[in-house]
Write a protein that binds this ligand. Sequence first.
Ligand code: 5GP
Length: 189
Amino acid sequence: MEILRQRILNEGRCLDGGILKVDSFVNHQLDPELMMKIGEEFGQRFAGLNINKIITVEASGIAPALMTGLMMKLPVIFAKKKHPSSMTSGFYQTEVKSFTKQQFYPLIISKEYLKFGENILFIDDFLAHGNAAKGIINLCAQAGASIAGLGFMIEKRFQQGGIWLRDKGYHVESLAIIDSLNDNEITFH
Ligand code: 5GP
């Protein structure tokens, strides 16, 4: 997606550890118009797959997931990283290693919103090692829901998540794929 690649080139900053900082339009400040276009693009790429719901992970996945839900006219669930006291019914839970914080956190979805037989689209901001994606795949398996596809705004191909997911046969769509990040030089696939 050219418009996204241009934003990454203009505003992205390479940090140590293979981290791309895109706080000015993805991870802190948000650009609603860009997110709308991202929602349209995911809507086109995942059209016709009989998807019932979109799932993402709080917080940075919510904007692209919500816009995709708007375009596809589907509800959006965000997996929570803490169990809220208001979640009184049962819930599915797994543990995921955080890419940016290097620690484990829980991923929780209420049984009210993820049901047996549902066909799920996972949307997130980044694909790195695929731990967040694997966590959502795990929660869907616990519920007996299936994964129709996984969409990422930015995939870093030099980390292994994309290889793992595609090897397992998942339908993966990434709108900007980065081959390398070096001293503020960003190379796209
Ligand atoms: P994974 O679980 O695939 O290893 O990492 C994906 C999650 O880590 C995303 O939800 C995203 O929030 C975060 N993440 C991974 N790589 C980056 C990055 O380069 N920059 C930022 N800002 N977040 C990242």
